[in-house]
Design a protein around this ligand. Structure first.
Ligand code: FES
Length: 78
C-alpha cells in the first residue's frame, strides 16, 4: 500500500509528489480502525486511476482532519 511504501522509504510528508501525507500515520496498521494514514492525492489523474474507496474506508475518511475531494487512507491505496 501507499502507507507501507512511505514507511519503507522513511517518507513522512510527501509520497512521490503524488500525495500529501499526514503526521504519524498507520496507528492501526492498516486495519481501517483509524484515520491517521490520511493522504491527499495531489494528482487528480492519479487519483482517478485508483480503485474506488470501500464504504468502510469512506466511513473512516469522514473522521479524518482536513478531508478533501481527493483524500484517501494511505493503507488502502495499493
Ligand atoms: Fe489505520 Fe490506515 S492505518 S486506517
Amino acid at each position: 500500500s501507499m502507507l507501507e511504501a512511505a514507511h519503507e522509504n522513511d517518507i513522512e510528508l510527501e509520497v512521490s509528489n503524488l500525495a500529501w501525507y499526514f503526521g504519524t500515520a498507520g496507528a492501526c496498521e492498516g486495519s481501517l480502525a483509524c484515520s491517521t494514514c490520511h493522504v491527499i492525492v495531489m494528482d487528480v489523474n492519479y487519483y482517478n486511476k485508483l480503485e474506488d474507496p470501500t464504504d468502510e474506508e469512506n466511513d473512516m475518511l469522514d473522521l479524518a482532519f482536513g478531508l478533501t475531494e481527493t483524500s484517501r487512507l494511505g493503507c488502502q491505496v495499493i
